[in-house]
Design a protein around this ligand. Sequence first.
Ligand SMILES: [Zn+2]
Length: 392
Amino acid sequence: MTIDEKVRKTLAELSPTDPKKLFDEVRAAMEQERNALISRGAASESERDNLCKELRDRWLARKNGLLSFVDENWLKASPKELKPLVGRNFNALRQESTALEVAALMKEVPLRAQAPAGREISISDAFSASDSVSAAVSYINREVPGDLTLPGNRRPLGSLHPVTQMQREIEEIFLNLGFRIESGPEIESVYYNFDALNIPESHPSRDDWDTLYIDSKTVLRTHTSPVQIRAMEKYGAPLYIIIPGKCYRHDNPDASHSPMFHQIEGLAIASDITFADLKGTLDFFAKKLFGEKIRTRFQPSFFPFTEPSGEVSISCIFCGGEGCRVCKESGWIEVMGCGMVHPQVLRNGGIDPEKYTGWAFGLGIDRFAMLMYDINDIQLFFQSDVRFLKQF
Ligand SMILES: [Zn+2]
């Protein structure tokens, strides 16, 4: 069976003794096709563009890409007991598949040097001719395509946006902890954005001043949290997901506000989740991202969708807690909100709060990138100024 046929079958139909071996096969096929393209090279830049795009789409296209079949038929359709194993393997595969992105391929696939049409004289022709000196001279002076000693034309390649880089760094940490990435619509119903999250009709965030309404029942989502409910409805418990994405609020753009911004949200639901798991996970996350010396501090707070709720601060990454301009001399920087998922929110997602508990957190990716790279104006991210973006 070819790999194309295999990914179109469900895990049950393939009934592998070891699902990991199936993933190894996919990985081997992916590498083989990539290596074949690299050793083949391309005759022109436009051919290279096309070949790279073709290979990328074959594997990564959202619709009918080979990995999308693996996702549908192996991961989503896998029996519950295999899900963690299959999920881990799929996440690893997806990480490796970034080598098939067009930008990554373009760096590897070489342009073949072309022989000048009809003008080539072989060296043996040249030196076996009766007038060997003039033949040798004509060989040396033969027409060649330009000066081969000049450096080639390298088209400048773009790079990932600093916010995307930050997002991927955060994702990486949680993927390694066994979370999976989930996404949802940016145009969202009032039900998912507010009602299902236990945000009462009277809550100020529902006001026109904070929320961008499409109509009375539809908004541009103000946070990534509606995806929590969608994921609970879709997968049930246990559930370990992170949700990165764009959010929108009726904010005037200034150095720390933007009407469009990026959030990442985490959600863990299982039968024995406690606040200790939340603290442990977020402390581990902060240390992974900012360094082992970072300390975390949890303070009580309030959100309608968690109970109890907390704000997480990290010890200042600039002064180590001594006090400086960035931490306003406090030694601490507030970085995210978190809490235990409110029982009513679990119920709204179709999960029995008597059987399951969960925690959630939410943070601003742009704010993290500003912290990480010491940037003092969020607008810089969205102005597309190459002089700024080039630094990352
Ligand atoms: Zn400081």
